[in-house]
Design a protein around this ligand. Structure first.
Ligand code: AMP
Length: 222
């Protein structure tokens, strides 16, 4: 099953995608995590992406579609995947459809995590994440067991460099202008399901679980 998670920054895409990945037993691709890793490792992709990410802008579509093609090759044909943070523009959505068509595959389901901007900004402002394993905590609603350390791997939790007010504002502008139109794109294909993502993590997870089982995806306990 190929599932796309759509939503504004702070909607909880990464958090939910990780949980879905482990309960469904499928791979989870976060383009944001992959780009941050590339920047960290100083690869050619990382060098090209860094200038956009540093200023809270979207990385150009041609670079993102190149990365998506590599991810789909890595996934292997027929295997399930959750795409988190991709596509983020209508050209990326159309490009993804073509990449999948070339491989005889198609998106099964698009889940839109719908959240008020005010709530999302509050989440981003108190978010810390682990650069080693990508786990995320929230210093208001989801404290780590040991202060400053990741529950999953013990790494030191840090604030993302783009989670500061002026970059958050830029990311929301980009989201409204570039990403929001992809919602209509998928709605018109009859693939969109919307979840109220302003609720606690467990409730959102349960709403997603119901959508997946309605779509024939067997759910492991989790
Ligand atoms: P995220 O971790 O999903 O919030 O992504 C962090 C940053 O990576 C974004 O602000 C963009 O600069 C870049 N990025 C991630 N995914 C995409 C994408 N599909 N298209 C363009 N830029 C992206």
């Amino acid at each position: 099953m190929i599932v796309v998670l759509l939503g504004a920054p702070g909607a909880g895409k990464g958090t939910q995608a990780k949980r879905m990945g482990s309960t469904m037993g499928v791979q989870h691709f976060s383009t944001g995590d992959l780009l941050r890793e590339a920047v960290e490792n100083g690869t050619e992709l990382g060098v090209r992406a860094a200038e956009y990410m540093d200023s809270g802008r979207l990385v150009p579509d041609d670079i993102m579609l190149g990365l998506a093609g590599e991810l789909l090759d890595r996934k292997g044909s027929g295997a399930g995947v959750i795409l988190d943070g991709f596509p983020r523009t209508v050209p990326q959505a159309k490009g993804l459809d073509q990449l999948l068509l070339d491989r005889g595959e198609t998106i099964d389901l698009v889940i839109f995590l719908d959240i008020e901007e005010e709530d999302a900004v509050e989440r981003l402002s108190s978010r810390v994440s682990c650069p080693k394993c990508g786990s995320v905590h929230n210093l208001t609603t989801d404290l780590p067991m040991t202060e400053g350390l990741c529950d999953a791997c013990g790494g030191t939790l840090v604030r993302r460099s783009d989670d500061i007010p002026e970059k958050i504002e830029r990311r929301f502008e980009q989201y409204q202008r570039e990403t929001h139109p992809t919602i209509e794109y998928y709605r018109s294909q009859g693939k969109l399901d919307t979840v109220d993502a302003g609720r606690p993590i467990k409730e959102v997870q349960e709403a997603i679980r119901r959508i997946l089982s309605r779509n024939g995806e067997p759910q492991a306990a989790g």
